[in-house]
Design a protein around this ligand. Structure first.
Ligand SMILES: [Zn+2]
Length: 381
């Protein structure tokens, strides 16, 4: 299955292993950078490393066997994918004892890793998703309109219409009243065409939701057309394209991806800028791992801002699920805390489970000066 939406992440974070251990597996299969032999070798090394890790675990026989079965299944699946799969990355989430299996093709090569834990490791998925916004492309001329949906670097033709708008009247072709009448007639046909196009954009958006709308209008009809668009759609217009109705889809995609990357970069800079401004005026924001985790424990975090791949080991109270950087004993219940491999990942999962958002920032950025992590807060307790 292709990795395409936030709902796939939600399904993974909500999976309840009922105390069993689960396997999360990530493999970079980008054939543009790696040859098949290299990928095969990476797969083999990952699995043998994970097997050694499983053997050393202090867990019940059933749990160990479940993990061993996970790894065997992942090995088979990985070999099959190598033979015929597409996608630049592979992710597998497995809990054999609970009959759970989810394999996802990724549009981006992730860092190779196998994580064995009581919950699935979804952070790489969230980071990939954050790189993209679903986009509707509308290419419009006086007589035609064509729609594409671009999601995670893939383009899909949605629909097209051809309207019966006569060609523009040649200048000087008509005189006086007759000319005005024809122009009015043309104009109403053109407005109908725009109206139909605007309505169709709304309808298509219901079936193929998008965050951004990229448009090209031929003949400078932008203002005319936008007059027919609902204001919520006008607000989604993020770019004017050079591509036009007859541009081949591959070229449309190329232009869209270039603009998307630029917009995403600007969006990241804007997020960090806002965070810093909020911090500096002592507003609803936190920065640095210690304070951010503390705020998260207090249920104050609305949105987490984290430098891509920033990672630190930490500890968690097994009862309260409260995160600590270094407390060996939970100060609330006095229980011994457990080690977590990546406290940043735990923080991300916690925020996602509480329906908060996570913004991943590509380093280097100004966030580096604030401990590579911060948060916008709902309130301060
Ligand atoms: Zn506790």
């Amino acid at each position: 299955m292709k990795f395409q939406s936030r709902s796939q992440i939600e399904a993974l974070t909500k999976f309840n292993s009922q105390g069993d251990l689960v396997t999360s597996f990530f493999l970079d299969t980008d054939k543009g950078r790696l040859n098949r032999k290299e990928i095969q070798l990476a797969l083999k090394n990952l699995l043998s490393g994970a097997k050694a890790q499983v053997e050393a675990l202090d867990a019940s026989r059933e749990r160990i066997e479940s993990l061993e079965r996970d790894l065997a299944l992942i090995g088979d699946h990985g070999a099959k994918m190598l033979a015929g799969g597409s996608g630049d990355g592979l992710a597998v989430f497995s809990c054999s004892r609970r009959n759970f299996w989810q394999a996802l093709e990724l549009p981006h090569g992730p860092r190779n890793r196998v994580i064995i834990d009581s919950t699935f490791y979804v952070r790489p998925l969230d980071a990939i998703l954050d790189k993209y916004s679903p986009i509707c492309v509308l290419l419009l001329s006086r007589r035609e309109a064509r729609w594409y949906h671009v999601s995670m670097s893939e383009i899909e033709a949605l629909d097209e219409i051809k309207s019966d708008v006569p060609p523009r009247v040649r200048e000087g072709g008509f005189e006086g009243n007759e000319s005005k009448k024809i122009e009015r007639h043309l104009d109403s046909r053109l407005q109908d065409h725009f109206k139909k196009t605007a309505q169709k954009t709304v309808d298509l958006g219901k079936k193929h939701p998008f965050e951004w709308l990229f448009i090209n209008y031929e003949d400078n009809h932008g203002a005319d057309f936008e007059g027919h668009l609902h204001s919520y759609l006008r607000e989604k217009i993020k770019a004017r394209l050079h591509a036009h109705v007859s541009t081949p889809p591959a070229k449309v995609l190329q232009e869209v991806l270039e603009i998307e990357a630029r917009l995403k970069k600007a969006e990241e800079e804007e997020t960090v800028h806002k965070l810093v401004a909020e911090l500096e005026r002592g507003g609803l924001a936190a920065s640095g791992l210690r304070d951010t985790v503390h705020r998260l424990n207090q249920f104050e975090v609305q949105s987490l801002v984290v430098s891509h791949n920033f990672s630190k080991p930490g500890r968690i109270c097994p009862t309260h699920k409260i995160l600590y950087l270094d407390e060996l004993q939970c100060p609330i219940c006095d229980k011994k805390t457990d080690i977590v491999q990546d406290i940043v990942d735990e923080a991300i999962e916690t925020v996602l489970k509480r329906n908060g958002t996570v913004k991943h920032i590509t380093p280097p950025s100004k966030l580096d000066h604030y401990g590579q992590i911060g948060a916008f807060l709902k309130y301060k307790a």
